[in-house]
Ligand binder design. Structure first.
Ligand SMILES: Nc1ncnc2c1ncn2[C@@H]1O[C@H](COP(=O)(O)OP(=O)(O)OP(=O)(O)O)[C@@H](O)[C@H]1O
Ligand SMILES: [Mg+2]
Length: 373
């Protein structure tokens, strides 16, 4: 008998259906809850649904539900079953059958972001991204570039603002003003930043390469591509309030022009990419004035897809690739990369992603393929 596929995720607090969903979305969500019942058992699902928490995060719950249900269907489609994975089962054999997210306790709270220095970001980021260390002047040893010195260098090179990212966690990203500021003023701003960056400067003092520094650029139309075994299988705009249940056939393209020779001769020619054509022109992150409305831009998505295809060909693998248009230079740039099983789905086709992953030789867990520390 074939060994079952393994699923490593769970469902979060249940917020109820999203009030804006159409009847079709609600039907799809209901079907997915049924699929989750097969994975979790009806009693466990019943327990979760009985406790409706209107303050629970809508995207968190429904993303998890979509991923679990799509994994269940992917396993069934391949004639197998899906079973919940044991915590910490990261031996090569079980990782080869696993489909769900990497749980925090598997990497540790301060685990490094494995994708922060990915070659695609370095090559196609369209901006300099420098590793830096925060340290007192009199520490010994080579700790690489120093944070404040790098910020001042960016200011002197004419950049008005910078972004600082913490390498140790996915939660730290801060925007800092440089133009017309002295280094004392910049440091003061960092120490005062409401995100708690000041504490990180102390806490990570002397930790080599704990930060990444980059100039702010004018990113528009941020878009997430799901790349499996070196092929784009799905994509959706980075629209925070979207979930797979907000997917709409009317806004989905399967660009024929991208069914290249590579796709045709590979078994996954069955899966030409399915792309949601909606984007948000400017994301309201890092204090930027975002555009609240969602725009329908198949032209932009086609352009991003062409760039993604080229980038992925130069660096195959399994990951989520976030691209955007740099409006100043009118070029496609990489925003960042993430592990595919942990990246939010937005309105992407979860079935396409999970089925491709179920069939993939590289499920994107490379960094977990080691014994627990
Ligand atoms: N250099 C930059 N210039 C302008 N905006 C940026 C820059 N870097 C990041 N941003 C903005 O900040 C957002 C978050 O950055 P990024 O995706 O790299 O970090 P993250 O830790 O994954 O945060 P999130 O979980 O919000 O995606 C991006 O989606 C983008 O809108
Ligand atoms: Mg991001």
């Amino acid at each position: 008998m074939v060994a079952p596929d393994l699923y490593s995720g769970f469902l979060r607090a249940y917020p109820g259906f999203k009030p804006t969903w159409s009847r079709t979305s609600i039907e799809r969500a209901t079907d997915d809850l049924r699929a989750c019942a097969e994975v979790l058992g009806p009693n466990e699902l019943g327990r979760i649904l009985a406790d409706v928490d209107p303050s629970a995060d809508v995207e968190d719950f429904w993303e998890g539900c979509a991923r679990m249900a799509a994994s269940q269907r992917a396993a069934a489609k391949r004639g197998g079953r899906l079973r919940l994975a044991e915590r910490g089962s990261w031996d090569t054999e079980s990782l080869g059958r696993r489909l769900g997210p990497v749980l925090r306790q598997e990497t540790g709270f301060h685990a490094r972001d494995e994708f922060i220095d990915h070659p695609l970001l370095q090559r196609f980021g369209g901006r300099s991204i420098v590793a830096a260390t925060s340290y007192d002047q009199d520490v010994d040893g080579d700790l690489g570039p120093e944070l404040m010195g790098e910020l001042v260098a960016l200011r002197d090179a004419g950049h008005a603002e910078a972004v600082i990212k913490l390498a140790a966690s996915k939660t730290g990203i801060v925007r800092v003003r440089l133009a017309g500021r002295s280094s004392e003023e910049i440091l003061h701003d960092l120490q005062d930043d409401e995100s708690g960056l000041g504490w990180s400067l102390i806490h990570l003092d002397g930790v080599r390469d704990a930060f990444r520094i980059q100039p702010v650029i004018d990113m528009a139309h941020e878009y997430r591509f799901f790349v499996v075994d070196g092929l784009v299988v799905a994509g959706a705009g980075c629209i925070e309030e979207h979930t797979p249940y907000d997917r709409d056939e009317e806004f989905t393209i399967t660009p024929d022009s991208f069914v290249t020779e590579a796709l045709v001769c590979c078994p996954r020619s069955l899966f030409p990419p399915r792309l949601d054509t909606r984007t948000r022109e400017v994301r309201g992150t890092l204090g930027r004035e975002g555009t609240p409305s969602v725009v329908h831009r198949p032209d932009v998505v086609g352009r991003l897809m062409a760039a993604a295809t080229e980038m992925v060909a130069s660096c195959p693998g399994t990951y989520a690739l976030d691209l955007a248009i740099d409006r100043d230079r009118d070029q496609v740039v990489v925003v960042e990369l993430n592990g595919i099983t942990n990246a939010g789905l937005y309105a992407a086709d979860a079935d396409r992603v999970q089925l491709a992953l179920a069939m993939a030789s590289d499920k994107g867990y490379g960094h977990l393929d080691r014994p627990a520390d």
